[in-house]
Design a protein around this ligand. Structure first.
Ligand SMILES: NC(=O)c1ccc[n+]([C@@H]2O[C@H](COP(=O)([O-])OP(=O)(O)OC[C@H]3O[C@@H](n4cnc5c(N)ncnc54)[C@H](OP(=O)(O)O)[C@@H]3O)[C@@H](O)[C@H]2O)c1
Length: 348
């Protein structure tokens, strides 16, 4: 078989439809994966709406997927055919998840531990890399914290406080868990109130309604006993007028914030700093951090031990054909603390 089913964005800012395309061949240091579960992201919407990031159409989107290794490119020794792997996609059709087969750079793939299903695994790759880079990448691209994976890094921020805007998003959920591994004594986050118990189970110490106006948010912070000043904030949603504004406002003068919105415009005052970043695999500053997390086997160990938990998967019917409806749910704000996933082999 040389062709496969794919969910295609037919042209720039055009419509999606099911179609076929060739199965790609893995090159040097790459693996070919038969995809079992693939997950949806807000970025899939941004690509279609703004016509960004892809240069060739029809295009295949999809940044999170899991499956089985079916072919090894030259030089790959970390994996063997039949391994179960989880992967973050790229903004290139051959490397994306809304199809039956995709290739991946072997350095940034990770084995799925035996305790996780393909659905569990598909919920986590992009969120894992994005949270890790935002917290631990160099100060211009992230908060520049000492990673919990380095000697003495676990628990290094005991006694300190971090503010996480939108802890209930995919990225936010992993930021909360990593902040806990870094030892922050106060992990204060925002979300819809119904997510508070879940976010506390991940590591949030305090959860505040994300829709509160700024003065009310500040009043809620005043009520927290012995709360140190926030030197660090992570905007895990990326809206200048809501999540980022909250994160920048609560920071102490001179404090550091990082946002998931690489192009957001925001006026920074009081000696505060704002790092913006993209978690794309081939950005020079990202490479050593992604290898320390993924190629090292640490990601697999963190997931196996439960130190990092995957998201709850909400499986859509219809295989790749279910993606359209899922993207509409994301666009309408009807996704709360779950990851939308489809089973590729259910595609008609
Ligand atoms: N820089 C990068 O490389 C990178 C990587 C990954 C993601 N991102 C970006 O990061 C953002 C978040 O991605 P994600 O996958 O974590 O999103 P997500 O899982 O889809 O986020 C869903 C959550 O967002 C919250 N939310 C909805 N509307 C909001 C608003 N107006 N203000 C604040 N929070 C709101 C909801 O919280 P409640 O349910 O609690 O109300 C919901 O649970 C997206 O814009 C995405 O494109 C960037």
């Amino acid at each position: 078989m040389s062709t496969q089913k794919a969910f295609l964005l037919v042209e720039k800012q055009g419509h999606f439809e099911l179609g076929t395309r060739p199965i790609p061949k893995p090159g040097k240091d790459e693996i070919l994966v038969k995809i079992k579960s693939t997950a949806l992201n807000p970025a899939d919407l941004w690509v279609r709406k703004f016509g960004i990031l892809y240069t060739e159409y029809p295009a295949v989107l999809g940044l999170d997927f899991s499956g089985d290794v079916v072919e090894l490119g030259e030089g790959v020794t970390r994996f063997k055919v039949g391994d179960r792997v989880l992967l973050g996609g790229e903004f290139r059709s051959d490397y994306s998840g809304f199809q039956e087969y995709a290739i991946s750079d072997a350095h940034t793939a990770a084995l799925i531990p035996a305790n996780l299903s393909y659905d569990d695994a598909a919920t986590i790759p992009t969120a894992l890399s994005t949270a890790y880079l935002g917290l631990y990448n160099d100060p211009l691209k992230g908060l520049g914290l000492q990673s919990f994976l380095t000697p003495g890094g676990e628990g290094a921020y005991a006694g300190q406080a971090i503010f996480v805007s939108t802890g209930s998003g995919s990225v936010g959920q992993v930021v909360l868990q990593m902040a806990k591994l870094s030892g922050f004594s106060f992990v204060v986050t925002t979300s819809s109130p119904h997510n508070a118990p879940y976010l506390k189970s991940l590591g949030a110490t305090h959860v505040i309604d994300r829709t509160l106006p700024l003065p009310s948010l500040l009043a809620e912070l005043e009520k927290i006993d012995a709360l140190p000043k926030f030197e660090y904030a992570f905007d895990a949603y990326g809206r200048a007028d809501t999540s980022l504004l909250q994160a920048m406002t609560v920071l102490v003068p001179g404090g550091k914030c990082v946002t998931v919105a690489p192009r957001v415009q925001f006026e920074v005052e009081d000696g505060k700093t704002l790092a913006k970043f993209s978690a794309e695999k081939h950005v020079k500053e990202n490479v050593p951090h992604l290898r320390a997390l993924l190629e090292s086997g640490e990601a697999t160990r963190l997931l196996e031990s439960g130190k990092i938990k995957t998201q709850k998967a909400d499986v859509l019917p219809g295989g790749l054909g279910g993606i359209n409806g899922g993207l509409k749910r994301i666009e309408n704000g009807q996704v709360s603390a779950v990851k939308l996933v489809v089973h590729v082999d259910e595609t008609p």
